[in-house]
Design a protein around this ligand. Structure first.
Ligand code: 1GP
Length: 261
């Protein structure tokens, strides 16, 4: 017999892409707070930020097991944080059954075939077995890309070359991917330049759901990124370091809610 909490956590299963695209269609910004399961924050410190989320991303690369992630998700459900939970995997160790969906990512500008298709081949049967909704995502690291750039062996894309970002985004679209995540790297000094986002949007048209993350620390930056054409912003480090500042961003952008608007 399923427990109450298990039932509750089933609510978003199979409906996550639909929820995000509905926000896009309404022209409402999507806010995706990112929680690293290696150092989960005290939920009461971040609860107000998470309550404003459209959906919550969970992921990290080091020192994480699926059990840590499942436990974190259960504690969120117990704290009545009732949002779709999307895995943002730093590796195979991030595939956990209590999530609703997973960014099924290919790091398009990696020099290592493992991050382009190898990890995905290993992950696919597990994702199918757990019944996670896969969100087909092109992950594109721009600039240094922090730890993700290093681990993913990203071929450097200069931030001041929007035409390269546009070409990668168009390739993702032609390959049939529905999501494109432009990543500056966790804690990046420079966020993705609005020019690069605008170029990606122009290349992709409105069929692609465009996510931008890395180094977003102020409402002003968030607004510029959304105005340039991103559908969603990801905020991670700031939630850990200064949840009040993250809340200011959420309040300023007035994010789309998964139920209703
Ligand atoms: C990192 O894009 C995310 O993968 C979020 O970046 O930690 O800088 O907010 P920050």
């Amino acid at each position: 017999m399923r427990s109450y909490w298990r039932e509750k956590s089933m609510k978003w299963k199979g409906r996550v892409a639909e929820t995000l695209f509905r926000c896009k269609k309404l022209g409402r910004p999507v806010f995706l707070p990112l929680i690293d399961p290696e150092k989960p924050p005290l939920l009461e410190r971040v609860q107000m930020v998470l309550e404003r989320a459209t959906a919550i991303l969970i992921g990290g690369s080091l020192n994480v097991t699926p059990y840590d992630i499942d436990e974190l998700i259960s504690s969120m459900r117990h704290a009545s944080i009732d949002k779709p939970i999307i895995l943002f995997p730093g590796g195979l160790n991030n595939i956990a059954r209590n999530a609703d969906a997973i960014l099924f990512m290919s790091l398009l500008n990696s020099n290592d075939v493992y991050w382009v298709i190898g990890a995905q081949v290993s992950a696919a049967p597990i994702i199918a077995k757990l019944g996670l909704e896969a969100l087909p995502t092109a992950y594109i690291i721009i600039g240094e890309g922090g730890a993700a750039g290093h681990v993913g062996r990203a071929q450097y894309i200069p931030p001041e070359k929007p035409e390269l970002v546009a070409a990668y985004t168009l390739a993702a679209k032609l390959l049939g991917m529905r999501f494109v995540y432009l990543e500056a790297g966790s804690g990046a000094r420079r966020h993705i330049p609005p020019e690069a986002i605008a170029a990606a949007r122009k290349a992709a048209g409105q069929e692609i759901f465009l996510i931008a993350g890395g180094g977003i620390r102020t409402p002003d930056t968030a607004a510029k990124i959304l105005e340039a054409g991103a559908d969603a912003i990801v905020v991670g480090t700031l939630i850990e370091k200064n949840p009040e500042a993250a809340l200011e961003i959420a309040e300023a952008i007035n994010p789309c809610q998964p139920e209703g608007i």
